[in-house]
Write a protein that binds this ligand. Structure first.
Ligand code: DGT
Ligand code: MG
Ligand code: MG
Ligand code: MG
Ligand code: MG
Length: 268
């Protein structure tokens, strides 16, 4: 077909293919969720409906975009990791990022009712996205460790802060003052001594965030088969199916990675 004289404008598009051999990380984060959480009356410090909806939306992204090997989320953010050898969308950064973010955003709205029931969604939420490349397993694990450490630091702070306010009767300003300069041990001590809370017994979802990975599960279904010269027979057939499983465990240490060696390819 003849090209139109306008065709040359295509050449203005920039090449944004991600460097080969690197893990492609797409992280999204809720836009102005400070306000979104207030307006939708999220419980403090953690709202299980909101966290459940985030995880449900992330699951939808994983099911929709092949090549995502692991996803990790906490608060209003989720990170999706594409395998190093992925050639999805020719590794184009903008395609990968926008597909992840738009699938996630529409899922967040689509599944809202499943988690918030009759409580209305007051306005359309938005999410930002970014792409980061990591060339080796160490860097990728350190990236995920960084996000989980962030989850821990924020959750410990928020747990003590809201205990001081909700149970201790302090104002938010007083609670902030009280926590200024305290280390993790000090915060654990306040929780234990003043509120009889052992932080380690708090919900794992809140302390560790949510990790999604693919796992093979065996499924048995009955199938009707017909052999020559015989009657129909119902026979059980076992097949394995890939399903997204969620974990709320430590991913900083080596144990998780040793137990799931199929997530990362060997560095060589
Ligand atoms: P941004 O990301 O720069 O557009 O601004 P924000 O406001 O989204 O800030 P960010 O992402 O650093 O912090 C996440 C906010 O979301 C934070 O203000 C607390 C809120 N949030 C997230 N999860 C929960 C929850 O489970 N309960 C409550 N009450 N708030 C939450
Ligand atoms: Mg922010
Ligand atoms: Mg945010
Ligand atoms: Mg955030
Ligand atoms: Mg198109």
């Amino acid at each position: 077909m003849a090209k139109s004289k306008f065709e040359y404008v295509r050449n203005f598009e920039m090449d944004d293919a991600c460097l080969r051999n690197c893990y492609i990380v797409v992280r999204l984060d809720g836009r102005n969720f400070h306000k979104f959480a207030e307006q939708h009356k999220f419980t403090k410090p953690n709202d299980d409906r909101a966290l459940g909806l985030m995880a449900r939306s992330a699951r939808s992204v994983m099911g929709d975009l092949e090549d995502i090997v692991i996803a990790y989320g906490q608060s209003d953010e989720f990170s999706f990791i594409f395998k190093r050898t992925s050639t999805l969308f020719k590794r184009r950064s903008s395609k990968l990022m926008t597909h992840v973010v738009s699938q996630f955003s529409s899922s967040y709205v689509f599944y809202w009712k499943e988690f918030f029931g009759d409580q209305p969604l007051l306005y359309p939420p938005g999410f930002d996205g970014r792409v980061v490349l990591y060339p080796c397993n160490r860097n990728l694990k350190d990236y995920l460790s960084w996000r989980q450490a962030d989850c821990h630091i924020n959750n410990l702070y928020n747990t003590v802060f809201w205990a001081l306010v909700q149970k201790g009767g302090l104002t938010t300003v007083q609670a902030e003052d009280r926590l200024k300069g305290t280390l993790a041990a000090g915060k654990n001590e306040i929780l234990f001594a003043e509120f009889d809370i052992n932080y380690n017994n708090e919900s794992a979802v809140h302390r560790k965030g949510t990790t999604l990975i693919w796992e093979k599960v065996k499924e048995t279904v009955t199938k009707r088969t017909k052999l020559p010269n015989e009657e129909d027979k119902e026979v059980p057939v076992t097949r394995s199916r890939r399903m997204v499983q969620d974990y709320h465990c430590d991913i900083i240490g080596e144990q998780f990675w040793q137990e799931h060696p199929e997530i990362l390819e060997d560095d060589d």
